[in-house]
Design a protein around this ligand. Structure first.
Ligand code: TYM
Length: 332
């Protein structure tokens, strides 16, 4: 039987994911399980680049794991694990630091943005993409489902892998990014040219997976559209970013194509579009939260998933790390 190709991706346990995290990443994670062997990771070490309170991080890890399960990740057929439980990530990280060009790392847009926003500009924040490289390269990954904000990081990962392979032979697979065509960047509700981000201090910009019906109605009703007259419900990211964002959310939640959504709203107004987004989001999130509650209340089950996931991930990670140590002359 042909061996399945490998998918790897991760999410940080830094609070309640948004509908952007779901559409850009988690919804792809679920779909890819049909065709690929999938390895998904809760990136708690990446989360440490921002100061974390012990109990909150601990709770966020369990919350995020439960969300992944509620989104349809199957831990029996695939692997889901916590990054810090597999020490090979940190070990490979150090080695890859020594193959990463300082200037390239210094040009990472996310670092530049975070540097401007953050009081706590630590080396971990700078190193963040190299730890991503370790995450991905440890598992001989073929595809990495991510949102658009992570494209530059994946390019750097490919660059690091090429550099290492050029010196030591074909140790790493060169991974490819996988984007959700019409959902790779769900944008802020009040500023639709900016990414919707769970760390946004203005919560009116984001739909959290835990927003209730009343909050969803308030936020979507206030979402920025445009002043076209007559109203024109068409997907055009550059001319109509607010409307395109709402179309994108609706299409991804209902499974209707972008074209179909446009057809459904010919001769309708923006209010009709918003009502449909509200209706479908409320149903979708209510069902998601029901599944989340089911998993979240059973911590013994969650801890077993973590233990088994780490065991399976380690088995794979050790093989790659050994071949890296071998070619570097670190094994005796
Ligand atoms: P995190 O937790 O910040 O984001 C998780 C995933 O959600 C995507 N995403 C979005 N997609 C579309 N629209 C949005 N508004 C939106 N906001 C977030 C992100 O692109 C991401 O795919 N650095 C990663 C975590 C990570 C990782 C890895 C990913 C650590 N190691 C290795 C891939 C491979 C991150 O951004 O997490």
């Amino acid at each position: 039987m042909k061996k399945k190709k490998i998918v790897f991706s991760a999410i940080q346990p830094t609070g309640l994911p948004t509908i952007g995290n779901y559409i850009g990443a988690l919804s792809q994670w679920k779909k890819l399980q049909k065709k690929y062997f999938c390895i998904y990771c809760i990136a708690d070490l990446h989360a440490l680049t921002i100061y974390q309170k012990k109990y909150i991080l601990n709770k966020n890890i369990l919350d995020t794991l439960s969300i992944c399960l509620a989104c349809g990740i199957n831990p029996k057929k695939n692997i889901i694990f916590i990054q810090s439980h597999v020490p090979q990530h940190s070990q490979l990280n150090w080695i890859l630091n020594c193959f990463t060009n300082f200037g390239k790392l210094n040009r990472m847009n996310q670092f530049k943005e975070k540097k401007n926003l953050n009081q706590n500009i630590n080396v971990g924040l700078f190193n963040y993409p190299v730890l991503m490289a370790a995450d991905i390269l440890l598992y001989k990954t073929n595809k990495v489902p991510i949102g658009r904000d992570q494209i530059q990081h994946i390019e750097l990962v490919r660059n690091i892998a090429h550099k290492f392979n050029n010196i030591y032979g074909d140790i790493f697979n060169i991974p490819e990014k996988k984007l959700n065509n019409y959902g790779s960047c769900i944008t802020s509700l009040l500023n639709p040219v900016k990414k919707m981000s769970k760390s946004d201090p203005n919560k009116n910009n984001i739909i959290s997976l835990f927003d209730n019906d009343i909050i969803i109605r308030k936020k979507i009703s206030n979402a920025i559209t445009d002043s076209d007259f007559p109203p024109n419900i068409q997907y055009n990211l550059y001319k109509k970013p607010g409307i395109s964002n709402l179309i994108s959310i609706l299409s991804n939640i209902t499974g209707d194509s972008i074209k179909q959504v446009e057809l459904n709203f010919i001769n309708k107004n923006y209010n009709n579009l918003k009502e449909s987004v509200i209706y479908n989001l409320c149903i979708f999130l209510k069902n998601l939260r029901k599944r989340y509650d089911f998993y979240r209340r059973d911590e013994v089950y969650l801890k077993n998933i973590m233990i088994n996931g780490a065991k399976k991930a380690k088995k794979n990670a050790k093989i790659t790390l050994k071949s890296v140590y071998d070619v570097l002359g670190l094994n005796f």
